[in-house]
Design a protein around this ligand. Structure first.
Ligand code: ATP
Ligand code: MG
Length: 258
């Protein structure tokens, strides 16, 4: 479909096109469409912009990622569909590790995702700037999750100290936290289990949050360890989620309908 740039909902319609294309290519499970729709709804509530509590969470996430020893970016179909470029750019600022971690894991979908990375970023993979994990090497198991959803790579999520998970499901976020990992989620729904269980939740749309996260990671690399630790220590996820919900409530109360 050709979406005219002048359309008032151009950005949103383009994202839908990308999601549909990913479904057709076998990258996205059907349930990924529903997850996207739920996200769109919450984006209306926050006003389709990065709100102040999200910016605070992005800063805490950037500091946490720089301080981490072995961070991994976990990707699913939605993330690949909407933000593969930014995911790779962020990975390159870190240790390059990206793990494919699907809720509805099938060999076909894993390979379809692997193909997209190889087509678009074959050189980065060859040069070792990024590593795509979780496809042929998902041999380890996250405790307390069923076998398919809990499969992870030993080099990747299994041994990671920090896992960035855009659009994770609540059970898995909780299981990762129980393994002693710091979980950074990007999730538009401040009420989801994922948001509540994660160490740091960025309540923002993926394609708005990732460029900001990259910017802060670059900037914060110049800060010293103490300053970074302070940013992390000053962040409280429950408090931040509360501020997010209060922001939404205030915004809705002030809305005028002419
Ligand atoms: P819970 O976390 O409570 O277990 P869930 O993970 O099962 O819920 P889903 O609908 O499967 O719920 O998860 C998708 C989540 O991703 C939703 O909370 C939705 O708001 C969020 N989401 C969808 N698209 C985006 C996006 N583009 N950017 C950020 N978040 C998104
Ligand atoms: Mg979730």
């Amino acid at each position: 479909m050709q979406v005219p740039k002048t359309h008032p909902r151009y950005e949103s319609l383009m994202k839908r096109e990308k999601i549909i294309e990913a479904l057709d290519k076998g990258i996205l499970a059907k349930a990924g469409l529903i997850a996207h729709g739920r996200g769109e709804m919450f984006d209306y509530l926050i006003g389709e912009r990065t709100i102040p509590p999200a910016l605070k969470a992005i800063e805490a996430a950037a500091a946490t990622l720089i301080l981490s020893k072995n961070p991994v970016i976990s990707v699913n179909g939605n993330t690949v569909a909407l933000a593969i470029e930014d995911t790779v750019e962020l990975a390159k600022e870190l240790n390059g590790k990206i793990e494919v971690n699907l809720f509805y894991r099938t060999k076909e979908r894993e390979l379809a995702i692997k193909n997209v990375f190889e087509e678009k970023f074959g050189n980065d993979i060859k040069e070792g700037k990024i590593t795509i994990l979780g496809i042929d090497d998902a041999t380890e198991q996250i405790p307390n999750l069923d076998s398919l959803r809990g499969k992870v790579s030993k080099e990747g999520i299994f041994s990671a100290d920090v896992v960035l998970v855009p659009l994770e499901d609540g059970d898995r976020a909780e299981a990762l936290v129980n393994m002693g990992k710091k979980v950074i989620a990007i999730d538009l729904n401040p009420l989801s289990r994922t948001s509540k269980k994660s160490t740091i939740t960025i309540v923002d749309e993926l394609t708005r949050a990732l460029p900001l996260l990259i910017k802060y990671v670059r900037e914060f690399k110049r800060k010293n360890r103490e300053d970074l630790l302070k940013i992390v220590e000053d962040f409280n996820n429950k408090k931040n989620l509360k501020e997010t919900v209060e922001y939404i409530a205030e915004r809705l109360k002030k809305l005028e309908f002419e």
